[in-house]
Ligand binder design. Sequence first.
Ligand code: 5AD
Ligand code: SF4
Length: 442
Amino acid sequence: MAEPKKLYIKTYGCQMNVYDSERMAEAMGSAGYTEVSSADEADMILLNTCHIREKAAEKVYSELGRFRDLKDAKPDLKIGVAGCVAQAEGAEIMRRQPLVDLVVGPQSYHRLPQMEAKLRQGGTALDTDFPEESKFEKLKRRPKAPRGPAAFLTVQEGCDKFCAFCVVPYTRGAEASRPAARVIDEAKDLVERGVREITLLGQNVNAYHGAGPKGDDWSLARLIWALNDIDGLERIRFTTSHPNDMGEDLIEAHGTCAKLMPYLHLPVQSGSDRILKRMNRSHTADSYIRLIERIRAARPDLLLSGDFIVGFPEETEADFQATLDLIEEVRYGQAYSFKYSTRPGTPAAERVQVDGAEATERLQRLQALLTRQQREIQQAMVGRDLDVLLERAGRQPGQMVGKSQYLHAVHVTAPDAAPGDMARVRVQESGANSLGGVLIGA
Ligand code: 5AD
Ligand code: SF4
């Protein structure tokens, strides 16, 4: 048998790219590749890229430049760019960086084995189609190798919302959902391989509208209820959601579905109605706050997470203050915040930009407030008993690290435990980024 060829994949950006990279590695497995963890030993390098902010896109080019020596030493080495930069820039990538042999977009990576064969014949390969066929239908069934306790599962892709700052509708295309039966099969498969917690993924995951087994239309809540019936699956999460797609059944499921975890990532981006309108968000600060109240009524201990953009074009100090006010009112246990980044081709790119130093200063103030809230909410876990899904060994002997139902990392001494075990932990301390506790009943 031929020596297996070695594939190194580096993943940037969101969890959906993490899932796509797994599937790309599996697809290349059928072309005789095994995955390796360093570029130095690879026969093929794939960068699975992110285009959401300028910095993320530029990182790709600086990383590519670093592969020059590797390619000089091994002229057969193939270099590919996948993901959203590939989709947005296409052939331009090869012009700007001639080291690149292959460019493949997020909707066509099931064709990677054929593209690789083309490279072996001495050519280059480019595919940034949005093909008629779905990659999920074309990709082979996933291999049966054992896995860690937590996994991502993409159920929805694309976005029809066209927020004025965002490239996603252009790089990932229109909203599309996988049929429910396919998702359920894949979830069962993951559980057989050792998975206990599944995070359902989509750019607008709560806009999921997949075909049900009888051809009917399933909402995300309906899908979650079906997954709730899988024996051996203990936890379900989903990310990321748009406020306008929080259906009544999904809100209710937060209070009634036992395996759905009390954690919700629900980005609002800004607390100013004027800016929300300019962002094309089609909700107001007040409608968002009322929505949160309804979800908290269903699940009072819900931990909320959000995304914020500061320095969006035309944002004034008063607009920014409205964002701080909204954060004070909502109280976030987790948050991601960004300085607005101009993305070519999006409507906001044409508008009057906020001074960069001013935006940086606002970001610092926003992050100080969010950090304070996160610390307080984490600190309030001390003395409580949490359910922790143990994921891996910690740094100290006998220590394990896992995630609480609220997604906080928790360290616990549990010498007899194994990854995948569910532990009841009494929290004793709150550190910078994690909690520490002891097993109850140990
Ligand atoms: N500039 C800054 N942040 C952005 N995001 C999306 N586009 C931009 C941009 N142009 C942020 C939003 C989104 C998250 C994934 O990235 O907050 O929710
Ligand atoms: Fe981008 Fe808005 Fe769609 Fe989210 S909802 S992916 S921010 S356009």
